[in-house]
Ligand binder design. Structure first.
Ligand SMILES: C[S@@+](CC[C@H](N)C(=O)[O-])C[C@H]1O[C@@H](n2cnc3c(N)ncnc32)[C@H](O)[C@@H]1O
Length: 228
Protein backbone atom coordinates (compact mmCIF):
# COMPACT_ATOMS: atom_id res chain seq x y z
CA UNK A 1 0.00 0.00 0.00
CA UNK A 2 1.32 3.46 -0.83
CA UNK A 3 1.76 6.09 1.85
CA UNK A 4 -1.17 8.13 0.64
CA UNK A 5 -3.49 5.13 0.62
CA UNK A 6 -2.25 4.28 4.10
CA UNK A 7 -3.20 7.77 5.30
CA UNK A 8 -6.66 7.39 3.81
CA UNK A 9 -7.15 4.22 5.84
CA UNK A 10 -5.75 5.66 9.04
CA UNK A 11 -7.96 8.70 8.77
CA UNK A 12 -11.16 6.78 8.19
CA UNK A 13 -10.69 3.64 10.31
CA UNK A 14 -11.21 3.44 14.06
CA UNK A 15 -7.98 2.74 15.92
CA UNK A 16 -8.93 -0.89 16.50
CA UNK A 17 -9.14 -1.55 12.78
CA UNK A 18 -5.84 -0.02 11.76
CA UNK A 19 -3.01 -1.93 10.18
CA UNK A 20 -1.14 -4.42 12.29
CA UNK A 21 -4.08 -5.70 14.33
CA UNK A 22 -5.05 -9.35 14.36
CA UNK A 23 -8.59 -10.26 13.28
CA UNK A 24 -11.16 -10.28 16.09
CA UNK A 25 -13.81 -12.96 15.82
CA UNK A 26 -16.21 -11.46 18.39
CA UNK A 27 -16.30 -8.22 16.41
CA UNK A 28 -16.66 -10.10 13.12
CA UNK A 29 -19.62 -11.99 14.52
CA UNK A 30 -21.31 -8.74 15.56
CA UNK A 31 -20.64 -7.11 12.18
CA UNK A 32 -22.03 -10.03 10.23
CA UNK A 33 -25.01 -10.55 12.52
CA UNK A 34 -26.02 -7.02 11.52
CA UNK A 35 -25.21 -7.55 7.83
CA UNK A 36 -26.80 -10.97 7.31
CA UNK A 37 -30.34 -10.00 6.31
CA UNK A 38 -29.21 -7.52 3.62
CA UNK A 39 -25.86 -9.08 2.67
CA UNK A 40 -26.93 -10.73 -0.61
CA UNK A 41 -28.67 -7.58 -1.90
CA UNK A 42 -25.81 -5.17 -1.23
CA UNK A 43 -24.06 -3.59 -4.21
CA UNK A 44 -20.66 -4.36 -2.65
CA UNK A 45 -21.66 -8.02 -2.60
CA UNK A 46 -23.11 -8.18 -6.11
CA UNK A 47 -20.21 -6.47 -7.91
CA UNK A 48 -17.74 -9.13 -6.79
CA UNK A 49 -19.65 -12.06 -8.32
CA UNK A 50 -17.31 -12.33 -11.37
CA UNK A 51 -14.29 -12.57 -9.04
CA UNK A 52 -16.02 -15.33 -7.06
CA UNK A 53 -16.83 -17.21 -10.29
CA UNK A 54 -13.20 -17.01 -11.37
CA UNK A 55 -12.08 -18.33 -7.99
CA UNK A 56 -14.44 -21.29 -8.30
CA UNK A 57 -13.00 -22.00 -11.78
CA UNK A 58 -9.51 -22.03 -10.26
CA UNK A 59 -10.58 -24.78 -7.85
CA UNK A 60 -10.60 -27.09 -10.90
CA UNK A 61 -13.47 -29.06 -9.41
CA UNK A 62 -14.72 -32.35 -10.74
CA UNK A 63 -17.93 -34.24 -10.12
CA UNK A 64 -17.82 -36.07 -6.82
CA UNK A 65 -15.29 -33.73 -5.19
CA UNK A 66 -15.58 -32.67 -1.54
CA UNK A 67 -15.08 -28.93 -1.14
CA UNK A 68 -14.62 -26.74 1.90
CA UNK A 69 -16.13 -23.25 1.59
CA UNK A 70 -14.26 -21.41 4.35
CA UNK A 71 -16.27 -18.58 5.97
CA UNK A 72 -19.06 -19.40 3.54
CA UNK A 73 -21.34 -16.62 4.80
CA UNK A 74 -24.77 -16.75 3.18
CA UNK A 75 -23.62 -19.35 0.67
CA UNK A 76 -23.19 -17.12 -2.37
CA UNK A 77 -20.63 -19.55 -3.79
CA UNK A 78 -22.71 -22.66 -3.21
CA UNK A 79 -24.48 -22.71 -6.60
CA UNK A 80 -21.20 -22.47 -8.54
CA UNK A 81 -19.52 -25.14 -6.45
CA UNK A 82 -22.57 -27.41 -6.50
CA UNK A 83 -22.79 -27.13 -10.30
CA UNK A 84 -19.19 -28.34 -10.58
CA UNK A 85 -19.27 -31.21 -8.07
CA UNK A 86 -22.79 -32.43 -8.83
CA UNK A 87 -25.15 -34.24 -6.50
CA UNK A 88 -22.48 -36.88 -5.88
CA UNK A 89 -20.00 -34.37 -4.45
CA UNK A 90 -19.99 -32.85 -0.98
CA UNK A 91 -19.90 -29.20 0.01
CA UNK A 92 -18.93 -28.21 3.53
CA UNK A 93 -19.53 -24.61 4.55
CA UNK A 94 -18.04 -23.23 7.77
CA UNK A 95 -18.89 -19.85 9.23
CA UNK A 96 -18.64 -18.01 12.51
CA UNK A 97 -21.93 -16.16 12.33
CA UNK A 98 -25.22 -17.94 12.99
CA UNK A 99 -27.23 -15.26 11.14
CA UNK A 100 -25.13 -15.65 7.96
CA UNK A 101 -25.46 -19.43 8.18
CA UNK A 102 -29.23 -19.12 8.61
CA UNK A 103 -29.40 -17.43 5.19
CA UNK A 104 -27.10 -20.15 3.80
CA UNK A 105 -29.36 -22.84 5.24
CA UNK A 106 -32.39 -21.24 3.58
CA UNK A 107 -30.52 -21.26 0.26
CA UNK A 108 -29.66 -24.95 0.64
CA UNK A 109 -33.23 -25.84 1.52
CA UNK A 110 -34.78 -23.81 -1.28
CA UNK A 111 -32.57 -25.59 -3.83
CA UNK A 112 -33.15 -28.98 -2.25
CA UNK A 113 -29.39 -29.63 -2.08
CA UNK A 114 -28.77 -32.70 0.06
CA UNK A 115 -25.01 -32.76 -0.10
CA UNK A 116 -24.26 -29.53 1.75
CA UNK A 117 -23.09 -29.62 5.35
CA UNK A 118 -23.00 -26.39 7.36
CA UNK A 119 -20.78 -25.96 10.40
CA UNK A 120 -21.06 -23.00 12.75
CA UNK A 121 -17.81 -21.98 14.36
CA UNK A 122 -14.49 -20.22 14.18
CA UNK A 123 -12.28 -21.84 11.53
CA UNK A 124 -9.45 -21.70 14.06
CA UNK A 125 -11.26 -24.19 16.29
CA UNK A 126 -14.07 -25.82 14.34
CA UNK A 127 -13.94 -29.51 13.74
CA UNK A 128 -13.30 -29.72 10.01
CA UNK A 129 -14.19 -33.00 8.30
CA UNK A 130 -11.19 -34.18 6.32
CA UNK A 131 -9.69 -34.87 3.94
CA UNK A 132 -11.29 -32.60 1.35
CA UNK A 133 -10.33 -32.21 -2.31
CA UNK A 134 -10.29 -28.41 -2.38
CA UNK A 135 -10.85 -25.33 -0.25
CA UNK A 136 -12.11 -21.84 -1.06
CA UNK A 137 -11.56 -18.63 0.92
CA UNK A 138 -13.90 -16.11 -0.72
CA UNK A 139 -13.84 -12.57 0.64
CA UNK A 140 -12.71 -13.78 4.04
CA UNK A 141 -9.79 -11.50 4.87
CA UNK A 142 -10.04 -12.07 8.62
CA UNK A 143 -9.65 -15.81 8.20
CA UNK A 144 -6.76 -15.47 5.76
CA UNK A 145 -4.88 -13.34 8.27
CA UNK A 146 -5.13 -15.95 11.01
CA UNK A 147 -2.14 -18.32 10.80
CA UNK A 148 -4.04 -20.90 12.89
CA UNK A 149 -7.08 -20.83 10.59
CA UNK A 150 -4.98 -21.05 7.42
CA UNK A 151 -3.00 -23.97 8.84
CA UNK A 152 -6.16 -25.89 9.79
CA UNK A 153 -7.69 -25.47 6.35
CA UNK A 154 -4.54 -26.43 4.46
CA UNK A 155 -4.17 -29.46 6.71
CA UNK A 156 -7.71 -30.56 5.79
CA UNK A 157 -6.97 -30.59 2.04
CA UNK A 158 -5.54 -33.73 0.43
CA UNK A 159 -1.99 -33.51 -0.91
CA UNK A 160 -2.20 -32.10 -4.42
CA UNK A 161 -5.60 -30.49 -3.71
CA UNK A 162 -6.47 -26.99 -4.80
CA UNK A 163 -6.69 -24.06 -2.40
CA UNK A 164 -8.04 -20.78 -3.75
CA UNK A 165 -8.56 -17.39 -2.16
CA UNK A 166 -10.21 -14.30 -3.62
CA UNK A 167 -11.08 -10.89 -2.26
CA UNK A 168 -10.17 -7.24 -2.06
CA UNK A 169 -6.68 -5.85 -1.59
CA UNK A 170 -4.90 -2.53 -1.75
CA UNK A 171 -4.23 -1.47 -5.31
CA UNK A 172 -0.96 0.10 -6.45
CA UNK A 173 0.08 3.56 -5.19
CA UNK A 174 -1.35 5.29 -8.27
CA UNK A 175 -4.81 3.87 -7.58
CA UNK A 176 -5.34 6.21 -4.62
CA UNK A 177 -9.05 6.89 -5.33
CA UNK A 178 -9.66 3.16 -5.69
CA UNK A 179 -7.90 2.52 -2.37
CA UNK A 180 -9.88 5.28 -0.66
CA UNK A 181 -13.15 3.71 -1.84
CA UNK A 182 -11.90 0.29 -0.75
CA UNK A 183 -11.01 1.55 2.71
CA UNK A 184 -14.58 2.71 3.22
CA UNK A 185 -16.42 -0.15 1.52
CA UNK A 186 -14.31 -2.85 3.21
CA UNK A 187 -14.86 -1.57 6.75
CA UNK A 188 -18.08 -3.51 7.39
CA UNK A 189 -16.47 -6.71 6.09
CA UNK A 190 -13.19 -6.97 7.97
CA UNK A 191 -11.88 -6.39 11.46
CA UNK A 192 -8.31 -5.80 10.30
CA UNK A 193 -6.43 -4.29 7.39
CA UNK A 194 -3.28 -6.15 8.37
CA UNK A 195 -1.91 -7.87 5.27
CA UNK A 196 -4.35 -6.08 2.95
CA UNK A 197 -1.58 -5.56 0.41
CA UNK A 198 -1.09 -9.31 -0.06
CA UNK A 199 -3.95 -11.04 1.78
CA UNK A 200 -2.82 -14.44 0.49
CA UNK A 201 0.70 -14.20 1.97
CA UNK A 202 0.17 -16.71 4.82
CA UNK A 203 -1.55 -19.14 2.47
CA UNK A 204 1.23 -18.79 -0.11
CA UNK A 205 3.75 -20.13 2.42
CA UNK A 206 1.70 -23.28 2.94
CA UNK A 207 1.00 -24.31 -0.65
CA UNK A 208 3.02 -25.08 -3.76
CA UNK A 209 2.73 -23.51 -7.20
CA UNK A 210 0.89 -20.49 -5.85
CA UNK A 211 -0.06 -17.78 -8.32
CA UNK A 212 -1.97 -14.51 -8.08
CA UNK A 213 -4.23 -12.83 -10.59
CA UNK A 214 -4.77 -9.13 -10.03
CA UNK A 215 -8.13 -7.73 -11.13
CA UNK A 216 -10.08 -4.45 -11.08
CA UNK A 217 -7.09 -2.07 -11.18
CA UNK A 218 -5.30 -4.19 -8.63
CA UNK A 219 -8.06 -3.88 -6.04
CA UNK A 220 -9.14 -7.53 -6.27
CA UNK A 221 -7.22 -10.79 -6.49
CA UNK A 222 -7.57 -14.49 -7.03
CA UNK A 223 -4.79 -16.59 -5.48
CA UNK A 224 -4.58 -20.28 -6.23
CA UNK A 225 -2.19 -23.02 -5.25
CA UNK A 226 -1.86 -26.74 -4.62
CA UNK A 227 -1.24 -28.45 -1.31
CA UNK A 228 2.07 -30.28 -0.87
C1 LIG B 1 -17.47 -11.04 3.56
S1 LIG B 1 -18.22 -12.49 4.22
C2 LIG B 1 -17.88 -13.60 2.88
C3 LIG B 1 -18.90 -14.68 2.77
C4 LIG B 1 -18.71 -15.58 1.55
N1 LIG B 1 -17.46 -16.30 1.62
C5 LIG B 1 -18.81 -14.80 0.28
O1 LIG B 1 -17.90 -14.85 -0.55
O2 LIG B 1 -19.87 -14.16 0.06
C6 LIG B 1 -17.04 -13.01 5.46
C7 LIG B 1 -17.56 -14.14 6.35
O3 LIG B 1 -16.48 -14.56 7.17
C8 LIG B 1 -17.02 -15.04 8.39
N2 LIG B 1 -15.92 -15.12 9.35
C9 LIG B 1 -15.16 -14.12 9.81
N3 LIG B 1 -14.21 -14.60 10.66
C10 LIG B 1 -14.40 -15.95 10.71
C11 LIG B 1 -13.76 -17.00 11.41
N4 LIG B 1 -12.72 -16.78 12.21
N5 LIG B 1 -14.21 -18.26 11.25
C12 LIG B 1 -15.29 -18.50 10.44
N6 LIG B 1 -15.93 -17.54 9.74
C13 LIG B 1 -15.50 -16.29 9.88
C14 LIG B 1 -18.11 -14.03 8.70
O4 LIG B 1 -19.05 -14.55 9.61
C15 LIG B 1 -18.69 -13.78 7.30
O5 LIG B 1 -19.79 -14.60 7.06
Amino acid sequence: MGDRARSAVSASAPASRRRGRAPTSSRARRQYARAASSYDRRLATRVVAPVQRRAIDRLELRRGHTVLDVACGTGLNFAGIRAAIGAEGCLIGIDLTADMLAVARGRVESHGWRNVQLIEGNVEEASIPMPVDAALFSFSHDVLRSPAAVARVVEAVKPGGRVVACGSKWGPWWALPVNAVLAVTSLPYTTTFEGFREPWSLLARSVAEGGVESLALGSMYVFSGTTR
